[in-house]
Design a protein around this ligand. Structure first.
Ligand SMILES: [Zn+2]
Length: 113
């Protein structure tokens, strides 16, 4: 034996295992037409219902969306003690603006003058 009975790796003759894509089904559908993904229409609708449910559960949680720049800026300014926690929470643009000015070493009074 020289191992010649092993299937050639990547052989195009190797049949692709085709099973129903419906969750929990997995029936062999090799006899079905090319491009078929399900053993029957029930499985097809099960699968799509499942997908829709997945999509719903995968919908982004607004609280977990990327932090807008303003919030990042406010967070940075608060970390540096340039605005208060309340101002950060309120996304107080005036406070954020003043914080940026302080960060830049600009005296807000100079702007007002
Ligand atoms: Zn099925």
């Amino acid at each position: 034996m020289d191992g010649g009975d092993r299937p050639a790796i990547g052989s195009p003759a190797e049949p692709i295992s085709r099973t129903c894509k419906a969750p929990g089904c997995g029936k062999d559908i090799s006899h079905k037409r090319r491009g078929a993904f399900f053993c029957d229409s029930n499985c097809k609708s099960d699968y799509h219902n499942h997908e829709a449910a997945e999509a719903r559960s995968a919908a982004p949680d607004p609280a977990k969306l990327p932090i807008p720049d303003t919030a990042e800026l406010a967070s940075e300014l608060r970390a540096r003690g340039l605005i208060t926690y309340e101002e950060e929470e309120a996304r107080d643009l005036r406070a954020i603006g003043l914080g940026v000015m302080r960060l830049a070493g600009i005296d807000p009074k100079e702007i007002k003058a």
